[in-house]
Design a binder for this molecule. Structure first.
Ligand code: F6R
Length: 590
């Protein structure tokens, strides 16, 4: 959460470059934004609550500066709490991503020694700490001062300090991501490689505890722990403008929904080797655990069903934030399989670090290459889904399902079956996103858009699909949607069903069909408007969304109507599907 971007170079329009890059990073947090540039002997800042939109930063020309898009943690969404923050002298500005867990004590001490604070954020303490560290010797090397300051901060943080006297940016990180970019017009730092497209040709992922100084004479890296200098390990930036633009689509959400067949074609055709390695790790382990948060957790839960039914393997499942309460089972013979689009989710990273401490092997299914999880894992499978810029996860979800399906079949010695099922699923998605299907979903959305609640049921493999469908609908349209196991209906939730309550029913051609139809009937008898998602219609469905039968790959197909329904509901409610309120991509805080 929070996007950060820094620039040092030959271009005097630093403020414009930074503001433009922040637009690409805004999906990491869009409560407020701010840009600082160092020019004419002082630091100029433009910062505002709200989204960037078409804003123009009224800033002087400058070849050095940085900017920030905020997802608020400490302090409300106000101009004052927007980053960057200055020290008392105005020499240093700071931007920060993360949470400084011990900021309260630091702030109290700084206040007692006379520092003036202008925000309620934890981040502002960094500027004052740097000021203090430089107070005795204004010519002290900023690197050593920032190193001393960073050692005082507890938590998963990435910071950049702008020094307007020595014209440099100094950065350091712990877990929260920072990517260094080098291009013909200068040097860059960003919390996401995406923002470097069009600027940098080469990138280096900063390691935890690695410090970087960017100045007009180049970049230098050091270890924050030892102070020893380290050479950057540059690699080409492979993302292109095509990867980051909307193309023919009005929103990234619909673009990414439509990209799913291509993502799955790639997985089905090229993932045999990594899938075999993952299956071998599961086979060799004494206990495997799938871990993920949010949508990734539903992919993980689906995985536990797939391994059970296809490979007859018990693969545990835990959501990232709960892992630490169940980690007692982990030994040096365990395997933890972490699932994450961003590779930066703090809850998942914390789980992985805890498992590593117990000696477990870590496998990861991660979309963002070079991300923390990608680098922490002993074995990492890139999802290859391309950048997900809508805050909602869609294509990364189906990519994870496809890899888990293949791994389950590989364990069963039937990888070729998984490939066939995936091709059926790809055809099924093509049908689900075709104009006729999309029109049907739009009409159903119009029928239910005024409702406050929706309930979604599925059994077996379709249970995680029901949970994911509910998450998609509620996070983008703000309609309260609740997914649950069809059998649980009569144990309480049915009390909430009223005349016209939408009830989405996942009813694939599997062993769950009869029971789930009974559940649907129970809801309909109490007034629910039943919406069947199934290869086969039934008289108890008031609305019917036909989907292809893809056997055990059906969860990949069945989630598509829910993604589309969420999208259409958001549009009908006048909401921006790419940036729902209160959310951000990459949840790097606990
Ligand atoms: C839902 C969504 C979130 C993420 C969750 C984990 O659409 O995007 O629930 O799935 O925050 O994120 P990653 O996959 O990046 O670990």
């Amino acid at each position: 959460m929070c996007g950060i971007f820094g620039y040092v170079g030959a271009n005097q329009a630093g403020g414009d470059i930074i503001l433009d890059a922040l637009r690409k990073l805004e999906y990491r947090g869009y409560d407020s934004w701010g840009v600082a540039v160092g020019a004419n002997g002082h630091i100029d800042i433009a910062k505002h609550a709200g989204r960037i939109g078409d804003a123009v930063a009224e800033l002087p020309d400058a070849p050095i500066g940085f900017g920030h898009t905020r997802w608020a943690t400490h302090g409300g969404v106000t101009d004052a709490n927007a980053h960057p923050h200055l020290d008392c002298t105005g020499r240093f500005a700071v931007i920060h991503n993360g949470i400084i867990e011990n900021f309260r004590g630091i702030k109290d001490r700084l206040l007692a020694s006379g520092h003036q604070f202008h925000s309620e954020t934890d981040s502002e303490v960094i500027a004052h700490l740097v000021e203090e560290a430089m107070a005795d010797d204004p010519n002290r090397d900023l690197i050593s001062a920032v190193r001393e300051v960073f050692a005082q901060l507890r938590g998963l943080n990435a910071i950049i300090v702008l020094d307007n006297r020595t014209h440099q940016l100094t950065a350091v990180k712990n877990v929260s991501p920072l990517v260094l970019g080098q291009g013909t017009k200068g040097l860059y730092l960003a919390s996401d490689a995406l923002a470097l497209v069009g600027h940098a040709d080469r990138i280096h992922y900063l390691e935890d505890g690695q410090m970087a100084r960017l100045a007009s004479d180049g970049v230098t890296l050091w270890s924050a722990e030892t102070g020893a200098s380290q050479p950057p390990d540059f690699q080409p930036l492979t993302l292109t403008a095509n990867d980051t633009s909307l193309g023919i689509y009005p929103h990234f959400m619909i673009k990414e929904i439509h990209e799913q067949p291509e993502v799955l074609r790639n997985i089905s055709s090229h993932y045999s080797e990594p899938v075999k390695e993952l299956a071998a790790l599961i086979r060799e382990s004494y206990g495997s655990f799938l871990v993920g948060s949010g949508t990734a957790s539903y992919a993980a839960l689906s995985g536990s069903y797939l391994f059970s039914r296809i490979a007859r393997r018990h693969v545990n499942f835990t959501v990232g934030s709960e892992f630490k309460y169940q980690e007692h089972f982990i030994t040096d013979r365990s395997l933890v399989i972490a699932l994450s689009q961003s590779g930066e989710t703090a809850d998942v990273i914390e789980s992985v670090l805890a498992a590593k401490q117990r000696g477990a092997k870590i496998a990861a299914l991660v979309n963002v290459k070079g991300s923390t999880l990608d680098r922490l894992a002993d074995f990492s499978i890139p999802l290859g889904a391309g950048p997900e810029q809508c805050v909602l996860s869609t294509k990364a979800y189906t990519a994870k399902l496809a890899i888990l399906l293949m791994a389950a079949h590989e364990l069963n010695g039937s990888l070729h079956v998984a490939r066939e099922l995936l091709w059926q699923a790809i055809d099924g998605i093509e049908q689900a996103i075709a104009p006729d299907s999309a029109n049907l979903i739009r009409a159903i959305a119009a029928r239910i858009v005024q409702r406050e609640h929706a309930f979604i049921i599925g059994r077996g493999l379709s249970y995680p699909t029901a949970l994911e469908a509910a998450l998609k609908i509620k996070e983008v349209s703000y309609m309260h949607a609740e997914g649950f196991a069809g059998g649980e209906l009569k144990h309480g939730v049915i009390a909430l069903v009223e005349q016209g309550t939408p009830a989405i029913v996942f009813s694939p051609n599997d062993e769950t069909r009869d029971d789930i139809l009974s559940g649907a009937m129970e809801m309909r008898s109490r007034g629910a408007l039943t919406i069947g998602v199934s290869p086969v219609n039934d008289q108890i469905f008031d609305e019917f969304i036909p989907v292809a039968d893809a056997g055990d790959a059906s969860p990949i197909v069945n989630v598509i109507p829910a993604q589309l329904l969420g999208y259409e509901l958001a549009l009908l409610r006048g909401l921006d599907p790419d940036k729902p309120r209160n959310l951000a991509k990459s949840v790097t805080v606990k």
